[in-house]
Ligand binder design. Structure first.
Ligand code: NAP
Length: 466
């Protein structure tokens, strides 16, 4: 059983097993086993009669399963009458929401003979994690063994912080396998990336705030940096419903700092207590740093964008064309203008290109005119060519007639655009450099020293290979 490599306890979701042979399954268990046979109404796939389901659970208990999981909505007495209470996990699932009154549900479950009570709800916001924390606090006062977690991407903090909050266990998926519930983090990542077993009262909290966050590789690289330095810190994915949602969570479980990504960069700018010059000028905050007076907003994208470019050439009076008119384009245009470069913004929406250009005294042009433009540096600040559309490029190869092409995309590291640029004899810079640079600068702001770029690079490469 591969899962025991990372886990202390393995749950067998028997509803996913065809031709179930319980005796064989439990014969050589390398660690304690929870046996679960979930029906459809509780999010599982078992579709046989309820009576057989309960009989199979009893069989599993007889054959040596250390724990059997039976739902509070089922005829649980059939199990608690025959299996010792300390081997029964009584579970309650709300697949739609995280209700306010979880304590009432727990009280009702406490009246049974089950020794372990499990409540799993569906998070809709980051603050739903707080209800889980509150429930665990309540359970501690009553000396009950309780597993509590919130499903969904918004609920990931409850899975990672749950054991520290007092949850008897937390659930993760088998590395390389399919999760059995939404929001499960693979077991190897729980152990090595988030270092779940080490999280305690002294652990400093950081995270990336955004929605959706599925694409973010920031937890990989920041946690790798913390682990390398043996810091008692964890960096969480924080899929929030808004900045207020994050602030509410922060009030109960304070963060030292946070990265901010789409769509919260402007909201973070508006709510920061103080701002760096680059954040002020771009109207966007990608880094929050907790200070005594309140949140300080920074924008590390600017220096991170300029760093690799400056290593290749002087920027004063160069001619740059920037493709796109979104958040990244704004940071790039500001960065280039701050170096006295002349900039032309080209975007599919001419109105947006014009507005961005006029904000930073740049020019703007149309996509169709691109082939006639002369440039030293061409920057792609659109997502064209990003995984999974890796064969796309925003510009035909024959239009690549300048000195250097800089693609902000970091997945893949070598985009179609960059490959074409190499063939056309241009120098190239991949978005990987900016991505690592902005993260390293965030660590500098939070900790006082830059992130170890080699460690962060290796973590990023590993994540991209996956
Ligand atoms: P954004 O705010 O959504 O802006 C995207 C821009 O690209 C918009 O101007 C959009 O035009 C344009 N666009 C989208 N699809 C297009 C298409 N098919 N053809 C032409 N234009 C298109 O996103 P962002 O935050 O600026 O990010 C843009 C890219 O930069 C992403 O790939 C992101 O991963 C990358 N990035 C990298 C880093 C790094 O550290 N390396 C940092 C930030 C961003 P409309 O306005 O008309 O939709």
């Amino acid at each position: 059983m591969r899962a025991s490599e990372w886990a202390d306890l393995v749950e067998i979701r028997a509803d996913y097993i065809r031709n179930l042979d319980i005796r064989r399954l439990l014969r050589e268990k390398p660690c304690p086993i929870i046996f679960t046979l979930r029906g459809r109404s509780e999010g599982g796939v078992f579709s046989g009669p309820e009576k057989s389901r309960l009989e199979i659970l009893l069989r599993a208990a007889e054959e040596g399963a250390d724990y059997v999981d039976v739902e509070f909505s089922a005829f649980w007495k059939a199990i608690t009458d025959r299996v010792p209470g300390d081997r029964v996990i009584l579970s309650y699932h709300d697949l739609v929401t995280t209700p306010q009154s979880l304590e009432t549900t727990l009280d009702a479950m406490s009246l049974t003979d089950a020794g372990i009570l499990k409540i799993a709800t569906r998070a809709r916001s980051l603050s739903d994690n707080l209800r889980i924390a509150k429930l665990l606090e309540y359970a501690k006062g009553r000396r009950r063994n309780v597993i509590a977690l919130a499903m969904g991407r918004e609920g990931i903090p409850s899975r990672i912080l749950g054991p520290y909050w007092g949850s008897w266990a937390t659930f993760s998926s088998l590395p390389g396998g399919e999760p059995t519930a939404d929001g499960q983090v693979p077991a190897d990542e729980m152990v090595h990336r988030y270092r779940v077993r080490q999280i305690g009262a002294e652990t400093r909290l950081y995270g990336v705030l955004g929605r959706p966050l599925g694409h973010s590789l920031s937890p990989q690289i920041h946690n790798a940096a913390f682990a390398e330095r043996e810091m008692n810190a964890v960096y969480l994915p924080l899929e929030a419903s808004g900045l207020d949602d994050f602030l509410e969570f922060h009030e109960r479980h304070p963060f030292e700092g946070a990265s901010v990504t789409i769509p919260f960069k402007e909201e973070a700018y508006q709510n920061a207590h103080s701002l760096s010059v680059s954040a002020e000028e771009t109207g966007a905050v990608n880094t929050l740093l907790r200070k005594e007076a309140g949140w300080h907003g920074e924008n590390t994208d600017i220096d991170a964008f300029l760093g690799p470019l400056r290593r290749i050439r002087h920027l004063a009076r160069i001619r740059a064309v920037v493709l796109g008119s979104g958040g990244a384009a704004r940071a790039v245009v500001y960065a280039l203008r701050s170096q006295a470069a002349s900039v032309c913004v080209v975007a599919r929406n001419a109105g947006k290109a014009r507005r961005l250009a006029s904000r930073f005294q740049a020019e703007y042009g149309r996509w169709e005119e691109l082939h006639q433009m002369r440039w030293d540096v061409l920057v792609n600040a659109t997502p064209v060519g990003m995984y999974p559309q890796v064969d796309e490029s925003p510009v035909p190869p024959e239009w690549l007639n300048g000195e250097l092409v800089y693609d902000l995309i970091y997945n893949p590291t070598q985009t179609r655009l960059l490959k074409d640029a190499v063939v056309r004899g241009c120098k190239t810079i991949s978005g990987v450099e900016m991505f690592l640079g902005q993260a390293s600068r965030q660590q500098q702001l939070w900790l006082g020293f830059p992130g170890p770029e080699d460690v962060m690079r290796a973590a990023l490469e590993q994540a991209l290979t996956k």
